[in-house]
Design a binder for this molecule. Structure first.
Ligand SMILES: O=C(CO)[C@H](O)[C@H](O)COP(=O)(O)O
Length: 160
């Protein structure tokens, strides 16, 4: 499997982690698109940055380009919520190696959210590495459940 293009966004609370990850991932050969912010501003707001990154993931995937996203903040909660407002996004908040790995294996998540204030740089980097390298299982039960979410997103109907 070729490496995905990585779209990354943060707010002020995740800027140190974001800079670290951009360098780390580029060093590993990933193409990384940085959706900001460009400068530290303690009063900036995460939704726009995260939504832009999420929209870029969907646009790439719709164009047939393998892409994944990373959204960072203090907790990762709001960043995950913002990304999940973009149609086609399955954003997962990862807080240990299992939740990072399972986000891909069971949920085919295309965005990972991580709280920069909850982990050391090393811990957070390990979460990202686990997420980016874990394949989706393609197990029928997981495909079915993801399809039910997509159906609701598209039609507003609940499928059992
Ligand atoms: O994690 C976040 C949202 O879920 C934000 O990064 C966090 O709320 C920012 O906090 P503050 O404005 O107090 O620095």
């Amino acid at each position: 499997m070729p490496k995905p293009r990585v779209h990354i966004a943060t707010d002020h609370a995740g800027m140190e982690l974001s800079a670290h990850l951009v360098a780390h991932l580029r060093g590993l050969g990933y193409e990384v698109v940085d959706h900001g912010p460009r400068e530290y501003d303690a009063l900036d707001d995460y939704p726009g940055f995260c939504i832009n990154a999420a929209r870029a993931v969907v646009a790439d995937q719709e164009a047939g380009t393998h892409a994944l996203g990373i959204v960072l903040g203090g907790s990762g909660n709001g960043e995950q919520i913002a990304a999940n407002k973009v149609r086609g996004i399955r954003a997962a908040l990862a807080w240990n190696l299992d939740t990072a790995r399972l986000a891909r294996e069971h949920n085919d998540a295309n965005v990972i959210a991580v709280g920069g204030r909850q982990h050391t740089l090393e811990e957070a980097t390990a979460l990202i590495d686990a997420f980016l390298t874990e394949p989706f299982s393609n197990d029928e039960r997981h495909v079915r459940r993801i399809g039910q979410i997509a159906a609701y997103e598209t039609t507003g109907e609940v499928v059992q």
